[in-house]
Write a protein of this length. Structure first.
Lengths: 313, 486
């Protein structure tokens, strides 16, 4: 098992073996995170720029902490105060940052393909922290890590992704990762947000929520992406909740060991009942915890690490 | 049309922007070429004599009629045809000269084998008034390399709200009206424009795009937009306006020409309308019948999915061109369609539903295109590659004969725009294109004479290339001359 990639731009171009390498490496880093001294010197002397051109709380905090635990120097790029607001192009901004001899750029951007564009014009390693409605690869990797940790495997599991699929980068990354690792993926939500074209990505599409979750081992909920939607794609949040929200009655008709995931931020009372979000079948906070180990693993690997065998025991 | 005096440089343009050459003219004899002249249903080996800027003779007697000092050009092995016309180019003058100028755009046209181009009105200011038309004619006279005809706006500032001064535009010499780059959404506005323009015998061309369906789409809506997470542009966004235009053609009895058709449904609608005898027509661009939306995902995906047949005639020869995912040189309006859209456009060209080929040459600055896909402007250059790509996808693929392809670059646009061009009839303007349909070459960025570099076809192995472009009896461009200079 050997990682050999300079960037992490998407899950689509990874092999199942690549994904497994990240998950195994993350497991080693999770063990590190449970020690009294949580910091390792893997990225000492390296500089990471966190270029967040779109708001983010969870992902940004998680990346920053991962970088600190790997002993990297960190530059946080605040777009509100940046030259991007003054009309500088992304290419010029990034090349100016690179002129400071940085090693990695972690980018979050509202335009799909922005990380790919940066990877073309820069020598630095680029890590995609979410691009438009395209992909959010580290989220999918932490989802896979969490599923594998809880269920012991991914192949053969029934995973239902419920919610706004059309505008979701998490959905796309999860679909690629799950199908590459052999899970059965069902997508469910309103027909306007879950078009049939997703079947061509190897998924089953249904608009019947009861049927979608009945045999699921994992129910992955996605929130409604107000900011990316062209206009209302369904009549009201109330109608959405009544047809697609996960509530106690619906949960009662699922397999008893079905687990609930959500990449956050949660809209309580919309896609999920508040008490379910906090119940013991919810993995939401464990996903956040695992995100740290997964992002450490990704940074470690794109820095030239080959796999878990190189993580200090 | 009134002529224009004062031939300052020994060459000039009339009010329509055609080059007219004054004073001493040499004669030119093209010998031994395969003359393909669809206007006269002629296809055979013949000599062509040009005197005083006009076609003087075609055939066995041409050599005998040539004056003693006639320059001779041996064009054996080459095709000699009426000068090619591209009725859809953006030359960006006035006001957007960082992208392209009349000088560089018409130079690119000459290099691509085109003797006449029609420039679109989405300039700054828009070509919605006679003054701007006059300015362009003046620039063309001073700096143009080929004939330049002007398309005026349908509505003021292309805003779709008030009719432009269509009569004054006609008087100033425009050959058609269009809001290209924009599309009049108000159906009554379009109806009145068609009725009004009909009075002046002025063709109305329309860029078919329903804003309420297309919204902020950046690529064809389908599998690839889904995978790439890019906002989709549904085919119905084009088809809706094609249908609207057909209904209005029926209502008004006016001719409407649908620009750069890219969707299968549009071809079907036009085919049915023509069958019913309505005055509608359509054009196609090489990128829409060469590439597909898969190309936006990068060359690997394209050649694995829809690109297999593109180099069918030379499978396995040479390296395939390569480009990355999200390359903004694959972003154009209308966007690249699916493989079935591409096939439908090809079928439309074959059965005559689409009777005109053009480039939609749309130059942009590198810094405008080197941005996130969402933020890049729509459009690619095309004047230097359209002949080769059309020959590859239509002639070398054996879908159409050579004369049929040439007709779509000559008779087709000349008929629509009522231009006295596109023919090698004796007495016609000596606009002549000489090209080698089999010549294999690679299009390189450094060879382009357009000011812009936003072409997706750099590095492409192409087949078919212009050798000489003769405008009004003079060589506007000749590969031999260029080689001699180098």
């Amino acid at each position: 098992m050997s990682w050999n990639r300079k960037h992490l731009l998407d899950i689509e171009s990874l092999t199942a073996e690549d994904i497994t390498t990240v998950l195994d490496t993350a497991r080693a880093f999770k063990a590190v995170g449970e020690r009294a001294i949580k910091k390792v010197p893997a990225l000492r002397g390296k500089t990471v720029v966190n270029l967040f051109v779109e708001p983010s709380t969870r992902t940004r905090t998680s990346f920053e902490l991962s970088e600190q635990r790997l002993s990297a120097d960190i530059v946080n790029f605040n777009t509100e105060a940046s030259s991007l607001k003054k009309g500088e192009t992304l290419k010029d901004t990034a090349r100016n940052l690179e002129a400071l001899n940085i090693d990695f750029i972690v980018i979050r951007h509202s335009a799909s393909g922005a990380p790919h564009f940066l990877a073309r014009v820069l020598d630095a390693s680029v890590i995609n922290a979410g691009d438009g409605a395209h992909e959010h690869p580290t989220q999918a990797l932490l989802d896979m890590f969490t599923i594998r940790e809880k269920k012991g495997r991914i192949a053969g599991l029934n995973v239902t992704i419920l919610g706004d699929i059309l505008y979701s980068r998490v959905a796309r990354s999860d679909i690629w990762a799950l199908t590459k690792l052999g899970a059965n993926v069902t997508l469910c939500g309103p027909s306007t947000l879950v078009p049939r074209v997703f079947e061509q990505m190897g998924c089953r599409v249904t608009h019947d929520v009861e049927e979608a979750i009945r045999d699921a081992d994992i129910i992955n909920l996605l929130r409604i992406q107000h900011e990316r939607q062209r206009k209302s794609m369904f009549p009201s949040l109330g109608e959405y909740t009544s047809f697609f929200g996960l509530n106690k009655a619906r949960l009662a008709r699922t397999k008893p060991d079905a687990l609930i995931m959500h990449p956050g931020p949660i809209n309580r009372g919309v896609e999920i009942d508040s008490e379910i979000a906090d119940c013991d079948r919810s993995l939401v906070l464990q996903q956040v915890t695992n995100g740290l180990a997964v992002r450490m693993a990704v940074l470690f690997l794109v820095n030239g690490g080959k796999g878990p065998q190189e993580v200090a025991p | 049309m009134p002529g224009r005096a004062a031939p300052r440089t020994g060459r000039s343009l009339n009010s329509q922007g055609e080059r007219i050459f004054c004073g001493q003219m040499n004669s030119l004899l093209l010998t031994g070429g395969r003359v393909v002249d669809p206007a006269n249903c002629f296809d055979g080996t013949a000599d062509v004599l040009i005197c005083e800027g006009k076609i003087a003779a075609v055939g066995p007697d041409a050599a005998a009629k040539a004056p003693a000092d006639t320059e001779r050009m041996d064009v054996r092995g080459q095709v000699v045809c009426p000068g090619l016309i591209d009725l859809h180019v953006h030359l960006r003058e006035p006001g957007q000269v960082a992208k392209e100028t009349i000088a560089t755009g018409t130079a690119a046209a000459a290099r691509g084998g085109f003797t006449s181009v029609v420039c679109m009105p989405n300039t700054t200011p828009a070509i919605d008034n006679a003054g701007t038309v006059a300015l362009i004619h003046e620039r063309a006279r001073d700096q143009g390399v080929v004939n330049l005809f002007v398309a005026g706006a349908i509505t003021k500032n292309l805003a779709g709200e008030e009719l432009a001064s269509i009569g004054s535009l006609k008087k100033a010499g425009v050959v058609a009206i269009t809001d290209d780059g924009h599309c009049a959404q108000n159906n009554d506005m379009m109806r009145r424009a068609m009725e009004y323009a009909k009075m002046f015998d002025l063709p109305v061309m329309d860029h078919c795009q329903d804003y309420s369906l297309v919204i902020d789409g950046v690529m064809h809506e389908g599998y690839w937009s889904t995978v790439l997470g890019l906002r989709g542009w549904p085919s119905a966004g084009e088809e809706m306006i094609v249908a609207r235009n057909i209904l209005l053609a029926e209502t008004t009895g006016a001719h409407v020409h649908c620009q750069h058709i890219s969707a299968a449904g549009s071809v079907r609608l036009l085919r049915e309308a023509k069958k019913r005898g309505l005055l509608v027509s359509g054009e196609a661009c090489p990128h829409h019948f060469t590439l597909t939306d898969a190309a936006v995902a990068g060359s690997d995906k394209f050649f694995k999915a829809d690109g297999k047949g593109v180099f069918g005639y030379s499978a396995g020869r040479g390296d395939l061109p390569s480009w990355p995912a999200y390359d903004t040189n694959l972003k154009m309006n209308p966007p690249l369609g699916s493989a079935s859209d591409r096939e439908a456009v090809l079928e439309g060209l074959v059965d005559g539903t689409l009777e005109i080929l053009c480039s939609d040459h749309a130059p942009h600055c590198d810094y405008e295109k080197e941005v996130e896909f969402d933020y890049a402007p729509f459009g690619i250059t095309g004047l230097e590659t359209e002949l080769a790509l059309s020959l590859m996808q239509l002639y070398h693929s054996k879908r159409l004969g050579l004369a049929d392809v040439i007709a779509k670059f000559t008779v087709g646009p000349a008929r629509l725009l009522h231009l006295p061009k596109g023919t090698l009839s004796v007495g016609a303007d000596a606009d002549v294109t000489v090209f080698d349909p089999d010549r294999e070459w690679v299009f390189h960025r450094c060879d382009s004479v357009s000011k812009a570099t936003n072409s997706p076809f750099y590095g492409w192995p192409l087949r078919g290339k212009a050798a000489a472009t003769i405008v009004g009896g003079r060589k506007a461009w000749a590969e031999q001359a260029e080689l001699a200079k180098a």
